[in-house]
Ligand binder design. Structure first.
Ligand code: HEC
Ligand code: HEC
Length: 344
């Protein structure tokens, strides 16, 4: 009896130690600001990241097991979708916005195009319960996961026991998403002095700093603020952006400034995916700006660029594409965790 007790105590200590030693340090790229996300409240471990990755790619999170997070956030597209402007969810229901590319979320201070969500750990609840996206409830998801040996084993590995709770599930999803750091574009190599810009890219960089950097600020290429960049209002969607959340008139038509990283992979652009090409985006800033009361002051006169300047700016934007991000196998479908005949 006593022996059994001693052994089980020892086992518990070993489990605790290996559990603790699984802790990982979040690597902050050199020269980048401190992350906004508080890792002390959700310490990273490989087991939790693996669990988060498995959940991210698993359609079990949707009511009819057809739609995973990755259905709308695919790695090859810098974790957005490219085949349509507005997102498509369960039973092909069409959403009201374009899914944003997911990267560098540890530095995000608010989420969604209108900042409706202020913490990454609750973000995943929104798509799971949105009738146009996954149309499921958290208790149901938990019930489904509890009946899976694979998941109870993974929760055990991640948390030291196999209890599945909403908080654990959401935090594991956050952990996977927090690892999606894109900092290996040519721009980053140049900043690390491991590469140099071509003459055209250098000139494009100057144009970017003149016209775009006040909102799309380095090194994340967003300042995380909400701005009205002069898009005409789509009468069908009639999306007022930030105002729907803050109820403040001065926020009408303001949307979260998106990053300019990985644009090669993340088209179409803007909150409703209205532009398919970067040329259209530049034409918008030159000639399409709508003068409404909340238009950003920097854009009052538009940003007129001649053809050569457009070419140079596009050359610079090209240096923000990070091929290693969209091809990194550790962000991809978690093959190693899916055993045939072992599923739900
Ligand atoms: C049906 C498509 C769809 C599915 C499925 C989906 N998303 Fe999204 N996601 C979107 C759209 C659209 C938005 C923007 C919504 C808005 O601004 O109102 C978004 C926004 C986000 C954001 C905010 C990004 C930012 O920079 O503001 C995160 C993070 C995210 N989704 C993660 C997830 C996770 C995790 C899952 C799975 C649990 C998931 N998404 C499932 C379409 C989807
Ligand atoms: C006043 C702030 C501001 C300035 C200056 C600005 N932008 Fe933007 N940009 C935004 C906002 C806000 C959005 C999102 C608008 C929306 O979807 O409703 C955006 C969206 C974009 C997008 C779409 C990205 C995506 O993932 O959908 C691109 C590309 C872009 N801007 C490029 C530029 C370039 C290039 C410049 C300089 C020539 C520039 N922007 C100047 C605020 C700004």
């Amino acid at each position: 009896m006593r022996k059994a007790l001693v052994i089980s105590c020892l086992l518990a200590v070993v489990a605790l130690l290996s559990f603790k030693s699984g802790r990982l340090q979040f690597a902050i790229p050199k020269g980048w600001p401190k992350p906004v996300y508080d890792f002390a409240k959700n310490p990273l471990s490989q087991q939790k990241i693996d669990l988060g990755s498995m959940l991210f790619y698993d359609p079990v999170l949707s009511r009819d097991s057809t739609t995973s997070c990755a259905s709308c956030h695919s790695q090859y597209n810098a974790f957005t979708h490219v085949d349509h402007d507005l997102s498509h969810g369960i039973e092909n229901r069409i959403g009201t916005r374009n899914s944003p590319a997911l990267m560098n979320l540890a530095w995000g201070s608010s989420f969604m195009w209108d900042g409706a969500v202020n913490h990454l750990d609750v973000q995943s609840l929104a798509p799971i319960t949105n009738p146009l996206e996954m149309d499921e409830t958290l208790p149901n998801v938990i019930r489904k996961l509890q009946s899976s040996k694979r998941y109870t084993a993974m929760f055990y590995k991640a948390y030291g026991d196999s209890v599945i709770t909403g908080e654990r599930l959401l935090k594991a999803l956050s952990q996977f998403m927090l690892t999606l750091v894109s900092n290996n574009a040519k721009y980053d190599s140049v900043m690390r002095k491991q590469a140099v810009f071509t003459e055209q890219e250098t000139k494009g960089y100057t144009l970017y700093k003149q016209h775009c950097a006040s909102c799309h600020a380095e090194p994340l290429f967003t300042n995380n603020s909400f701005e009205n960049n002069g898009l005409y209002v789509d009468n069908t969607l009639n999306d007022k952006g930030r105002m729907a959340i803050s109820k403040n008139k001065t926020d009408s038509l303001k949307f979260k400034v998106p990053t300019l990283r990985n644009l090669k992979y993340s088209y179409p652009y803007m909150h409703d995916g209205r532009f398919k090409h970067l040329g259209q985006v530049l034409n918008h800033y030159a000639m399409g700006i709508q003068r409404t009361p909340t238009l950003a002051s920097q854009l009052q006169k538009g940003i007129f660029l001649n053809n050569e300047e457009k070419f140079l700016l596009l050359a610079f934007l090209g240096t923000l594409n990070d091929k290693s991000f969209v091809s990194n196998p550790s962000y991809g479908y978690p093959k190693k965790n899916f055993e045939p005949n072992e599923g739900l």
